[in-house]
Design a protein around this ligand. Structure first.
Ligand SMILES: [Zn+2]
Length: 392
């Protein structure tokens, strides 16, 4: 088993254990806070108790018998949190709804419990209840960052991008730069929907709106560059790709093919030569090296292309580059080592085909296609092209 899988298993076990320990701690402390006369055997609430019905009865007894006061609220919250962490949403909901029904909570405590209850509902998939609980919290308290954050996550899940955009505009849970970047992503999501509906003018409007929120939004620049190519506006496409090169050099491999297509299609040799000079003067990712090599081969000579390729590969070695070089050697070599070179090529093909090319720098999620919202940790803009020997 791969080391990363061991880590995932270990993390999963740790999460389960922490939930269990919290629950055990809360239960062991409850009688002390609830006073004498606790007839119930609270240990039946522990998750390894087999009788589900008995556990539910025990929880109901507990909630019905004992008063909620400042001392016990925290423990009830811990109990509810532990149930939710263990995926026992109906029990978590039972605890939090009971707390609210007592009428004994201060305003602050009510807000805390409502937010917890919204998290229970979200876990249970009762998304309409989450919204009706969180909306008043957000409207009543413009500075309630935790509720804003939870409601934003809900809108993202429901793909309600306009609502998410409006909420992010007033949100205090992010700094201005992060807020603008996230708002731009919501516009890009709206653009992606318009693209699916084949409404390209609408798509462009959303992308321009994204650039108003975040002038260097990489996703909007990528989409606008590709859209300009569709409209055969190649110079415009090149200017969008140049902006990516300047502000998001890590994303150049993502647009390299479209970029070189536009450079060829603009049908002005000087534009292509100027770009190749620029590429020659720096280290490049594998995709750029490969495309520039093809262009040099056509514009100049096969020898010039090969020299450029070897020089660039030496500056930034990569498995993919090595594979291409070995493939070229296989075609040209006449020596009796041909079989050995073929074996190396085969091995490099296997290794490079298996490698994902994108990696989230927050959670380590790997994938073969760019994801603007990481499926692993739900952060925007955290998935990047892998640069280095195993990637680009
Ligand atoms: Zn992630």
């Amino acid at each position: 088993m791969e080391f990363s899988w061991w880590l995932v298993l270990l993390a999963g076990f740790a999460g389960w254990f922490i939930g269990y320990e919290k629950l055990r701690h809360a239960l062991s402390n409850l009688p002390r806070f609830l006073g004498r006369g606790s007839r119930s055997d609270l240990s039946t609430l522990l998750p390894d108790h087999n009788d589900q019905v008995e556990r539910d009865l025990e929880l109901n007894n507990l909630l019905e018998q004992y008063a909620v006061d400042d001392n016990s609220v925290e423990l009830y919250l811990t109990l509810g949190d532990a149930f939710r962490r263990r995926g026992e949403y109906s029990r978590a909901i039972g605890v939090h709804e009971h707390l609210l029904s007592t009428g004994q909570l201060s305003e602050d405590q009510q807000r805390t419990v409502k937010l917890e209850l919204a998290r229970d509902y979200a876990g249970a998939g009762l998304l309409d209840r989450v919204e009706s609980l969180l909306k008043p919290l957000v409207l009543d308290n413009p500075r309630d960052a935790a509720s804003q954050e939870s409601l934003l996550r809900l809108y993202e899940k429901q793909r309600e991008w306009e609502l998410a955009f409006d909420l992010a505009s007033i949100s205090t849970s992010m700094d201005p730069a992060e807020r603008n970047a996230v708002k731009a992503q919501y516009c890009c999501e709206l653009a992606a929907v318009a693209e699916l509906e084949d409404n390209l003018p609408q798509m462009e409007k959303h992308l321009q709106r994204a650039l108003k929120s975040e002038p260097h939004c990489s996703r909007a620049l990528v989409m606008l560059g590709r859209y300009s190519i569709e409209l055969k506006q190649y110079n415009k496409a090149i200017s969008y790709f140049e902006a990516i090169e300047t502000h998001h050099p890590e994303l150049v491999p993502e647009i390299a093919e479209s970029y070189f297509f536009a450079l060829h299609a603009v049908d002005d040799e000087q534009v292509l030569r100027k770009h190749l000079d620029y590429v020659r003067g720096r280290q490049n990712s594998y995709s750029v090296i490969k495309l520039a090599r093809d262009a040099i081969g056509k514009l100049e000579s096969e020898q010039a292309a090969s020299d450029f390729f070897i020089e660039q590969l030496a500056m930034r070695p990569s498995m993919k580059g090595l594979r291409d070089w070995a493939e070229y050697e296989l075609k040209t070599t006449k020596s009796q080592d041909k079989e050995k070179v073929a074996a190396v090529v085969e091995m490099l093909r296997d290794v490079t085909d298996e490698k994902p090319v994108y990696l989230c720098d927050r959670c380590g999620y790997r994938c073969k296609q760019i994801q603007w919202l990481c499926p692993g940790c739900e952060n925007w803009n955290s998935v990047k092209v892998i640069i280095g020997a195993e990637g680009e």
